[in-house]
Design a protein around this ligand. Structure first.
Ligand code: IMP
Ligand code: ZN
Length: 355
């Protein structure tokens, strides 16, 4: 069976496909290590297998994860997706491999070939805010990690690419504090850091410790986006706590209750919508039930995004195809509705609001 976004692309007429290809789009929610194009991942896995790291640190889980990724398997629930990141991280633990991964992710989004042997039809975005969690590895510090990614981002035009620094819910308070301080410091040094993110396994961590950090980020002029209410297990109290940081954008926001939705609507907080990700993780059962409908009906700002093209086997074109394709494969929006959605993404860039 076709993957969901592939089926939507196939359901488009040639003129609809051309419309989507030419529509100015942005990507505001893409995790670097979830967005590595499969051909590069295969190369990195091959090289890793013969490296000294593989001899000393490879666990069976990492090997199994790499094999599944190499085979181009799709990952189909939330446990599955979080189980694969350690394998990907093993492949991007040196400055050289991280630099290649960042360069390839930027090329995938900003200047892809018109047709890609792995992804089929692809389309470029005009601007990407790429996010990543700085990791300290035996080969680099967190600062070197961020500098390596920033060097690649800053090789692109200032209005084409920028970095969001992710804090992982599983971080200890000390590490989270260090990562926020790095984001602030690098921004003060004039590096292209535009925001911070809260990500990681939505079932992990105590968010109380993070709230102060995100308030500091805002005071420092950084944009704030938070993965929030991603699963039914995320409590109302947690969402309330996260909303108290007054983030400009929210990732997923699938299970916000009525009160939280009212807050979001009143503040015009942009919701980053990742349709295929939510369907793959099974946090949303069917496209026609997706909470995007709630926001579309209220003309509320949303940003259509991919989340992790590697495990979810999607693309920005695929995500837009899900808006435009007729029901039940897509949501059956008109071209002018899709155009308005794309404009909302453009207007929700952190680069818009930051100096
Ligand atoms: P990285 O930050 O570049 O290493 O990208 C991978 C990381 O992004 C993972 O380890 C997760 O913490 C985070 N991530 C990717 N997808 C999701 C998601 O759907 N929800 C929450 N976190 C995610
Ligand atoms: Zn995400």
């Amino acid at each position: 069976m076709d993957a969901v976004p592939d089926a939507a692309i196939r359901a488009l007429t040639p003129s609809q496909l051309a419309f989507l290809e030419h529509l100015p789009k942005v990507e505001l929610h893409a995790h670097l290590n979830g967005s590595i194009p499969l051909p590069l991942l295969r190369d990195l896995a091959r090289e890793y297998a013969s490296s000294p790291d593989a001899a000393t640190t490879t666990s069976d889980d990492i090997l199994a994860g790499v094999q599944r990724l190499q085979a181009g398997e799709a990952f189909t629930d939330i446990d599955d997706i979080f189980s694969v990141f350690p394998a990907i991280h093993a492949l991007t633990s040196t400055p050289a491999s991280l630099k290649r991964a960042t360069g390839a992710v930027l090329s995938h989004f900003l200047d892809p070939p018109t047709s890609d042997s792995t992804y089929g039809s692809v389309a470029s975005v005009a601007y990407i805010e790429l996010r990543t969690t700085p990791r300290a590895t035996p080969h680099m510090s967190r600062r070197v990690y961020l500098e390596t990614v920033l060097d690649e981002i800053e090789a692109r035009a200032p209005d084409a690419a920028a970095l969001i620094v992710s804090l992982d819910r599983r971080m200890t308070p000390d590490v989270a504090q260090e990562v926020l301080a790095l984001a602030v410091q690098l921004r003060r040094e004039g590096r292209r850091v535009v925001g911070v993110d809260l990500c990681g396994d939505p079932r992990a961590g105590d968010m109380t410790a993070f709230v102060g950090l995100f308030r500091t980020a805002r005071a420092e002029g950084l944009g704030v986006t938070l993965h929030i209410a991603e699963t039914s297990g995320n409590s109302t109290a947690e969402s309330k706590e996260l909303l108290s940081c007054e983030p400009e954008r929210l990732g997923h926001a699938t299970y916000l209750d009525e009160e939280a939705r009212e807050v979001v609507l009143a503040r015009r907080t942009c919701i980053e919508i990742c349709l295929t990700s939510n369907l793959s993780c099974k946090t949303v059962q069917q496209l026609q039930d997706h909470h995007i409908r709630h926001y579309l009906a209220r003309n509320h700002p949303i940003a259509i995004s991919t989340d992790d093209i590697l495990p979810f086997r999607t693309s920005i074109l695929g995500e837009y195809a899900l808006l435009l394709a007729p029901k039940p494969v897509g949501l059956g929006l008109t071209e002018s509705e899709v155009e308005a959605v794309a404009r909302m993404g453009m207007e929700s860039r952190f680069r818009n609001t930051l100096s």
